[in-house]
Design a protein around this ligand. Structure first.
Ligand code: AMP
Length: 219
C-alpha cells in the first residue's frame, strides 16, 4: 500500500501517519524528518536546506526529488509506505509518478486531512517536538508528563524554529499556493479522499481506516 498524505502543517500527518504504519505494517517517509536529521548532522543536504526550512519556505524541487529517489530505493519501503510531506509541488508529484512507473508501481490513495486555519495556528504554536525521537506534544491538549522531556524516550523537547508564529503563516500560505494544486492533480486520477482532521486522535484514525481498509483488502 502506497499512500500520500496531503495536509497543511499542523493537521496531524505525523500523529496519524504513525498510527497508520503501526496498523497496516507500512513505513512512514517524512521528508521533513529526513531534512531535520540532515540539518542536525550538518550534512551537505542539511546545509543546503537549512535556510529554506528555518523561514518555512520549500526546499528546491531538484534537491527534494533527488532525495526521494535515493530514499525510495531502500529495501524498508518495499512493503509499502506513507509519504508525509512529499510531494509538495506539482513538479514533485510528476517526478514521483515517473519514479514509481519505473518500479511498475503507483499511489493507491491520497488522504487530505482537513483542519481550519485558526486550529492549525493554535496547534502549531503550542507544539513541542522531541529532539531524539521526533514525537510531538501539545502544551495544552497533549502535554508531556515532565515539562521539556519526552514521555516516549526522555529526550529534550524543543520548539521547532519553523513553528514560531511569524513562520507559521508563511508555511500555511505556501501550502495554499504551492501544495493545494495537488488536490486537483490527484483528484483527476480519482485518488483523493478527504478526512475531517479534528476531534480525538482515535476518531480521526477511524475515518482514515474507512478509506484504507478496502484498499488493504484488495492487495
Ligand atoms: P514538515 O515537517 O513536513 O512540515 O517539513 C519541514 C520543512 O522541510 C518544510 O517547511 C520545508 O522547508 C521542508 N520540506 C519538507 N518536505 C519538503 C518537500 N517535499 N518539498 C520542499 N520542502 C520540503
Amino acid at each position: 500500500m502506497r499512500i500520500v498524505f496531503l495536509a497543511p502543517p499542523g493537521a496531524g500527518k505525523g500523529t496519524q501517519g504513525a498510527l497508520i504504519c503501526q496498523h497496516y505494517g507500512i513505513v512512514q517517509l517524512s521528508t521533513g524528518e529526513i531534512l531535520r536529521k540532515n540539518k542536525g548532522d550538518g550534512t551537505e543536504l542539511g546545509e543546503k536546506a537549512k535556510a529554506y526550512m528555518d523561514k518555512g519556505d520549500l526546499v528546491p524541487d531538484d534537491l527534494m526529488i533527488e532525495m526521494i529517489k535515493t530514499e525510495l530505493d531502500k529495501e524498508i519501503y518495499s512493503k509499502g509506505y506513507i509519504l508525509d510531506g512529499f510531494p509538495r509541488t506539482v513538479p514533485q508529484a510528476e517526478a514521483l509518478d515517473t519514479i514509481l512507473s519505473n518500479f511498475n508501481q503507483n499511489i493507491n490513495a491520497v488522504i487530505i486531512l482537513k483542519v481550519n486555519k485558526e486550529e492549525l495556528i493554535r496547534r502549531l504554536s503550542a507544539r513541542r517536538t522531541c529532539r531524539t525521537c521526533g514525537k510531538t506534544f501539545h502544551l495544552i491538549f497533549d502535554p508531556p508528563e515532565k515539562s521539556n522531556q519526552c514521555d516516549n524516550c526522555g529526550g529534550e523537547l524543543y520548539q521547532r524554529i519553523d513553528d514560531r508564529p511569524e513562520t507559521i503563516l508563511n508555511r500555511l500560505k505556501i501550502f495554499h499556493d504551492r501544495t493545494s494544486p495537488l488536490i486537483n492533480y490527484y483528484g483527476k486520477k480519482g485518488l483523493v479522499s478527504t478526512v475531517k482532521g479534528t476531534g480525538k486522535t482515535s476518531e480521526v484514525f477511524e475515518r482514515i481506516e474507512e478509506i484504507l481498509d478496502p484498499i488493504k483488502s484488495e492487495e
